[in-house]
Design a protein. Structure first.
Length: 202
């Protein structure tokens, strides 16, 4: 079964690979140490974004746990995720520019627009994935609760039937025993032994 940890690892790896492929020249134009630092910061960014998104989604799944609250849960999760992801990407851009000794102006309109688009796309991919896991978990919980209710219902029916059968069975057995004692005493002794054996399992 897929767990949130698997999703965080997978998408973090994907974000890192995409960043490396789209900015290959930026990452590997300087020293090896600088390249390692940039790759590390990029990996941390991906993990942080996905971990924060997971926590935001978990918060709203706890606040609105019913499956019919999907629209409300998705709306609040999406807005929060876009804001948090956007902020994380801006901080990442600032750290990356500091490492590369570039201009620290990350508030350029083109950079802001690209980061907003990136944050929205990340949120649009992550939210349905975690919602799918949440729906599956809720469905499994409901299935287990239904199975437990069926088991309890069957146990109750069995106990009720057992309570009804025992007195009736005992009454009939004693009547038969009374008739056997008069007519066939030796068969009556055998009947008592067999009756004791049956009652041991009731």
């Amino acid at each position: 079964m897929i767990k949130p940890f698997h999703i965080i690892c997978f998408f973090s790896l994907m974000l890192t690979v995409i960043s490396l492929l789209t900015n290959w020249g930026v990452y590997f134009s300087g020293s090896v140490f600088m390249a390692v630092c940039l790759v590390f910061v990029t990996i941390v960014r991906g993990v942080l974004i996905l971990w924060l998104d997971h926590k935001i989604i978990g918060f709203f799944q706890t606040k609105y746990p019913a499956l019919n609250h999907l629209k409300k849960r998705a709306f609040f999760s999406m807005i929060s995720m876009i804001c948090m992801t956007y902020l994380t990407i801006l901080i990442y851009e600032l750290v990356k520019r500091m490492l590369l000794s570039q201009d620290l102006n990350v508030f350029d309109s083109s950079i802001l627009t690209l980061n907003l688009i990136g944050a929205t796309l990340i949120s649009l991919i992550i939210l349905p994935t975690f919602e799918m896991l949440f729906s599956e978990k809720v469905s499994q919980r409901i299935l287990l609760e239904n199975l437990e209710l069926k088991r309890r219902n069957l146990q109750g029916q069995y106990d009720t039937l057992k309570g009804q059968v025992n007195p009736h069975f005992l009454f009939n057995s004693l009547n038969s025993l009374a008739g056997l004692i008069k007519k066939k005493p030796q068969l009556a002794t055998y009947f008592v032994d067999e009756m004791a054996y049956v009652y041991r399992y009731l």
